[in-house]
Design a protein around this ligand. Structure first.
Ligand code: SF4
Length: 400
């Protein structure tokens, strides 16, 4: 097993994970020419000296560091004459700071990196949204050595095909995104553009998270059919040749990152699975709605939405209650071409494992109606509450 862990640039993170099978840390400055896949307001500020020191620590423990240059949208900057020289300068600077490899989504960037820096590692980002073997093969021919998968975590025919095609597959394991999320492309492009250095007025809250969170308000059981991987299920992937597992959380605290890395390294977590998963589609909208409420913005919209999201703040997923063979059962289902409503397996599991305010999922009643959230959109723009991050993870309780 090989873990790839998000870095928050805290020296204690490297120290406290020395004994774990981490091969690689990843991260970047909050903003860059290309953008790094996370909105800058949620990321730790880091100066070049601190960046260099952190990478030296990483190297001292025998690990590598990959920089995220993984935007899915370059904002048409690539058509300007100074884009290529600027990109070259940015990559030279990162390599000088100690970066060993890059995570990239745009094929032209990956191809250029491979031509100009043939010795650096190149991972295809989840932002490239690889869903077929043919898509991955294009990237492999352009110079990629690793393909990072997230939304297709439970597409076992694809994963087997990628391994057969010679790709080193890396699986992002701790996100709570919806099964085949319809909001994904908008969310990825929002994060991409927001993290580019010269983007004027990036939003302080990414509204696809609100849309995603509302899906769960309507049916919290959908969490179970999502893309997370339980620590206990890593072996199902290892059996087909996938051994590299990525843990996200560049905005997270060190205790949280250490806890998650330990759970996956141990292949086991006793307790609420949400302790080690992102659950960002509830945490972030709740914080955003709280800010709007404090400012008195549209109380007839914000109030009912905040109540609906708050109701799921106490949601727990009892990791010990999953049926034996949960993932193997999902892996044996053609989920891409099956209606979840018709199949019903994940909903059955959800009724066993999900608790809300300590009560069974069956007792949860979604709001009969919710206000249209669209009038709130302008409130999420820059200048409208700018300066306060909402996606930052609160310090989670650390279990003993
Ligand atoms: S098709 Fe069945 S097994 Fe697959 S995600 Fe939907 S409910 Fe789960």
């Amino acid at each position: 097993m090989e873990l790839v862990l998000a870095s928050n640039f805290d020296p204690a993170l490297v120290e406290q994970t020395r004994d774990l099978p981490i091969s690689t840390f990843f991260g970047n400055f909050p903003t860059s020419l290309i953008g790094g896949g996370r909105p800058p307001r949620i990321l730790p500020a880091i100066d070049p000296d601190g960046f260099r020191r952190h990478l030296a620590e990483v190297h001292r423990t025998g690990r590598k560091f990959y920089a995220t240059l993984n935007s899915s949208d370059l904002g048409l900057r690539e058509y300007s004459a100074d884009f290529s020289p600027q990109f070259r300068r940015e990559v030279d600077r990162l390599i000088d700071l100690g970066v060993d490899g890059f995570v990239v989504a745009v094929p032209a960037l990956l191809e250029g990196l491979h031509r100009d820096y043939p010795d650096v590692g190149l991972s295809v980002s989840t932002f490239a949204r690889i869903r077929t073997v043919a898509q991955a093969e294009y990237f492999l021919r352009l110079g990629a050595d690793t393909v990072v998968i997230e939304e297709a975590n439970r597409d076992f025919p694809l994963l087997r095909g990628l391994v057969r095609a010679g790709a080193r597959v890396e699986l992002l394991v701790n996100q709570t995104c919806l099964h085949d999320c319809p909001f994904r492309f908008h969310h990825l492009n929002t994060s991409s553009l927001a993290s580019q250095r010269d983007t004027a007025n990036p939003p302080w809250f990414e509204l696809p998270l609100l849309e995603c969170g509302l899906e769960l308000v309507r049916d919290p059981g959908q969490l179970v059919s999502g893309i997370f991987v339980r620590p206990e299920d890593l072996e199902v992937y290892e059996e087909i040749g996938v051994h590299r597992f990525k843990i996200s959380g560049r905005n997270a605290t060190t205790p949280w990152l250490v806890r998650v890395a330990r759970a996956y390294a141990a292949r086991r977590y006793d307790g609420n699975l949400l302790d080690i998963l992102s659950y960002v589609q509830n945490r972030a909208p709740r914080a955003a709605l709280r800010q709007l409420a404090e400012r008195g913005v549209a109380p007839k919209i914000v109030g009912p939405l905040a109540d609906a999201f708050d109701a799921l703040a106490s949601l727990e997923i009892d990791n010990g209650a999953f049926p034996a063979g949960f993932l193997r059962r999902v892996a044996a289902t053609d989920c891409l071409h099956t209606s979840c409503a018709a199949c019903g397996y994940c909903a059955t599991v959800a009724r066993k494992v999900v608790r809300i305010r300590g009560r069974p999922l069956a007792e949860y009643e979604p709001p009969a109606s919710l206000p249209d959230p669209r009038p709130l959109w302008p409130s999420f723009g820059a200048g409208e509450g700018a300066g306060r991050s909402t996606n930052a993870r609160p310090t989670p309780p650390v279990r003993g």
